[in-house]
Design a protein around this ligand. Sequence first.
Ligand code: GUN
Ligand code: ZN
Length: 428
Amino acid sequence: MAADYILIGQVLSFSHSPFTGERPEDAARLDEAVGVSGDKVAGTGTLAEMQALLPGALIVDYGPHLIMAGFVDAHVHYPQTAIIASWGKRLIDWLNSYTFPEEMRFADREYANEIAGRYLDLTTAHGTTTVCSYCTIRPESVEAFFSAAQVRGQRVVAGKTCMDRNAPEGLRDTAQSAYDDSEALIGHWHGVDRLEYAITPRFSPTSSPEQLEAMGALWAKHPECLMQTHLSEQTDEIAWVRELFPQARDYLDTYEEFGLLGAKGLYGHAIHLEERERHRLREFGAALIHCPTSNTFIGSGLFDMAGLMAEGQRIGLATDTGGGSSFSMLRTMAAAYEIGQLRGTPLHAAQLLWLATQGSAAALRMESKIGNIAAGMEADLAVLDLASTPAIAQRSERALDLWEAVFPTIMMGDDRAVAEVWIGGRRV
Ligand code: GUN
Ligand code: ZN
């Protein structure tokens, strides 16, 4: 049983989404201390209030550091850890040149174990406490990832990537084996400790209609699971989808037709959307996952955050490692800010921090458990040093308020800004 702790610092929490209301900053609240009892947050308030709540708790004083919910990365490919930052290709060539050969290596369980551990250690060092990951077509790659997360006590979502066409020999399953393997993994892992399974057809170019239909049937049988896939990332990809599915009204329709559009669906990228697609995604309350470093790195396009938020879409934020060029949600927030600027709609620091925590948690339908600091929520925390490098320190020193103090860390920070991480009430 974990002990009781009181953490002192600038404790940041959100009362509502900073995308609603007049001023984004009004959604945020700062407290002097947070109480942690066992694996949960006991409350926030003054030190005296927390001491009254948790008499005898150990005190950890973080001084001026920002204490916030651990980051939630809503779309990653852990098997792409070792090929991050691979040069010069756009999506389809990048998949064929770098990604598929690397994913082939996960037939070796030891290699899968090594990369799963390496990936979770890297992301934890960057302040990320929950990720939603694609694995490879190999069930062993899922076993490796869930095992590594279980040992670390982490809340993660993952699924076996399903592909039965347009992928090399050795990286293809079938409609039936994808269904059977996925269902066996759901039985073994879904709801065990803090682990959740996501049904994972990679994207419609690599699944036959028969496989998409099988995935839709599996999701109908297991509605407790999330479903994750990719949608409208690059224009060449969309043209290819049109060739492969001539009868479909648009890209989303290739999923919708087979029962793969739903409230627990996660649609990665979602950049070049048609009016009908936006309407249907909104109607279902599906989640769009913005992957800004990936979108600039692979040259995909500029996600319409302001427009999509204004129409009430559910949106999460993600690195998309290794199409994304970082393991860091700070770098990811910086890229989201820059894409907003390129579209003439800059995001407020409160909106960026919310997207990287509550926004992504809500996309994963876990907003009552993780992604914020409040009594009863799981104690996954990131402690940020807002003066982690000389360059950042000299800028934040001038800050007139919290948002000016935190923005240089969002724009210029990396793992050096992450002073400490707590997972499930334990310091790691
Ligand atoms: N679309 C299908 N697979 C992938 C992938 O692995 N990364 C990215 N960025 N897009 C994809
Ligand atoms: Zn992806």
